[in-house]
Design a protein. Structure first.
Ligand code: PGA
Ligand code: ZN
Length: 381
């Protein structure tokens, strides 16, 4: 394909923050999300702001006439990063990829893939994803284990509704998870018990895990919990935090723990027992150098892939390949401020990424799950 026309404009994401949408050749569009608990080592979403990046793309960038035939050709856009920021680069690359593939990105990139990722669904949440009284742990995540994405979506919805009814919850975080005034430990106990019942009634095993996003409650010396056990806060130092995490993993059979230590603590991560998936998000920020450091220090066995943390689909692909070559499980992820773009679903299938974290509730989350269900339908004819 050849770029004949590029339009960039400001839209609003699910948090009503400015986001960018790019339309290529009047037909193929893409948009990109933004985080709230962003890692220090992420690239900037926009060098100055959305309007400035749109102006640059519409009036200054010399994109017209550029040719794209293969995925690797998208590297031509990477050099715009210092001018427009990661979210703008990615939106351009996604839109071009849509035209190259006639909107079937996964098939264009990997026609033989039969790999639909398992979803990780945020059912109860807090931390930086709400201003209300909530848990310090940012996300309590369902990991359903049915064979089909349709069954996995159905069981996640069921648990999401059940939790609201049983705990009488009415308000949601930015990501459509329920906000609870229970303590962190009480929520763990509730899910532990409930998910065993769900397995008995629905016949689908549902494991669970957490994203602690612990940089958001690390004050430089302590992990400061507002409500760790019933109506009691706590300040844990690094050693106590490690002990606490290892204990809850064991007591509640957690299959996944994301960012249990702050984003600079490669050593602390290495002391979390790898009897569970120990996942780096803010620790690694989809960055090759940080991934190498995490592997060297045995910090993680799992990592989050968020393309806009590194601001290039080409660099993202390199990180995914390197993680796989080093036996690091990958989890491609949405951001808390999402758009209706479904590219991460296609990339999960194309790159055979085993997990996708994309929430349960809200149209910006559900569209990505629906895209996976549609792909599953196409695969099975
Ligand atoms: P964010 O959070 O999108 O607000 O950065 C999601 C996460 O920490 O996984
Ligand atoms: Zn995270």
């Amino acid at each position: 394909m050849i770029i004949k026309e590029v339009k960039a404009r400001k839209i609003l994401n699910s948090r009503k923050e400015p986001a960018i949408e790019v339309i290529i050749n009047n037909k193929y569009s893409a948009s990109t999300p933004s985080g709230a608990s962003t890692g220090t080592h992420e690239v900037k979403a926009f060098t100055k702001d959305v309007n400035d990046s749109c102006f640059y793309i519409n009036h200054k960038a010399t994109l017209k006439g550029l040719k794209f035939e293969t995925f690797d050709d998208l590297e031509q856009i990477d050099s715009l990063l210092p001018k427009i920021g990661g979210n703008a680069v990615l939106a351009i690359q996604y839109a071009i990829l849509r035209e190259m593939s006639n909107n079937e990105v996964w098939k264009f990139l990997n026609p033989h893939s039969r790999s639909i990722p398992m979803p990780l669904g945020n059912v109860i949440g807090g931390g930086k994803h709400t201003k209300k009284r909530s848990t310090s742990i940012q996300e309590f995540l369902l990991m359903p284990r049915a064979m089909s994405i349709r069954d996995n979506i159905a069981v996640m919805r069921h648990v999401h509704e059940k939790a609201a009814k049983e705990l009488k919850l009415k308000e949601m975080t930015d990501e459509g998870a329920w906000i609870s005034s229970l303590s962190d430990t009480e929520v763990l106990e509730y899910l532990h018990k409930t998910l065993s019942n769900v397995e008995n009634t629905m016949g689908i095993k549902v494991n669970f895990g957490i994203d602690m996003a612990s940089s958001s409650f690390w004050d430089g010396k302590y992990y400061v919990y507002k409500n760790i056990v019933k109506d009691k806060g706590a300040k844990l130092n690094m050693a106590q935090q490690i002990e606490f995490v290892n204990k809850i993993v064991k007591d509640h059979f957690l299959c996944y723990v994301e960012d249990p230590l702050n984003e600079e603590d490669f050593d602390g991560f290495s002391r979390i027992k790898k009897t569970t998936l120990v996942c780096g998000d803010d620790l690694v920020t989809t960055n090759m150098e940080r991934l190498k450091q995490a592997i060297k220090s045995k910090s993680i066995n799992c990592m989050i892939i968020k393309p806009n943390q590194i601001g290039s689909i080409i660099q993202t692909r390199k990180v995914v390949d390197f993680a796989k070559a080093n036996d690091i499980i990958t989890v491609i992820s949405h951001r808390s401020g999402e758009t209706m773009d479904t590219m991460i679903a296609d990339l999960a299938v194309a790159w055979e990424i085993p997990y996708i974290k994309t929430g349960i509730h809200g149209k910006e989350r559900e569209c990505k799950l629906q895209r996976l269900a549609d792909i599953e339908g196409i695969m099975h004819g």
